[in-house]
Write a protein that binds this ligand. Sequence first.
Ligand code: SF4
Length: 260
Amino acid sequence: MLTVAEVFGPTLQGEGPSVGRRCAFVRLGGCNLDCSWCDTPYTWDWQRFRPDEELRRVDAAAVTETVEAMGVDMLVITGGEPLLQARALLPLLTAAAERRWRVEVETNGTVSPTPQLVPLVTAWNVSPKLANSGVAEAERIRPAALAALRATGRAVFKFVVTGAGDLDEVASLAAAHRLAPVYVMPEGTTAEVVLSPHPAAPHPPLGRRPRALNVRREETPRRGPLPPARDRWCGSGAAGHIGRTPPPHTAEDQYLAGRL
Ligand code: SF4
């Protein structure tokens, strides 16, 4: 059984090499870090949220069925920290492999993937945390886990930066742990922030280009009742979902409606 915060889609991958690709998301509960700017604290922060309200135990077959109803060929496993549930993920990723879905796992890079999981994952989107997370370096940088993810040959490394000063830290970590390719993503928790000039950005905002989607996919809200879950690209019918799901005015909705 998986401990799940939410399953939603069809939607768009908002980061990494597959940005803009149509997919489903499975967000798992639990995390081993406590980043100060975390935008999914409802998956792990039990000082502020109640696990009995935010999480549910779901078997792989139910998740697979829900994703299948979305008519996607790509599945993104995110969290929280999904690799804390490596064993429970096996049936779901096996089902995904049987259906030839592309599978991406988003991880904070502190947990080594199990040998059983590695062949089932198409791409690892690894997001090691910087000092700006407020997490002690010994907790957020685990050399063995980074090496194991790098060794898969299918990992990309993404850093969230809050200012130009973070770039030296990114370069230092990338060199020390031989991380490549590296993606740098400005922090942005709302559409307004994402579209405003960023202190770390050398250029002005890109207006209506799809930057809003690739800067920060996590801004996609996830609370409130489910709007009709339509495939906004192809106009197909409603899909299933598990957990709390986005309100109708997500950044993606606004972008696709031409308001961003
Ligand atoms: S690793 Fe990710 S989910 Fe965990 S606290 Fe940090 S930002 Fe949040």
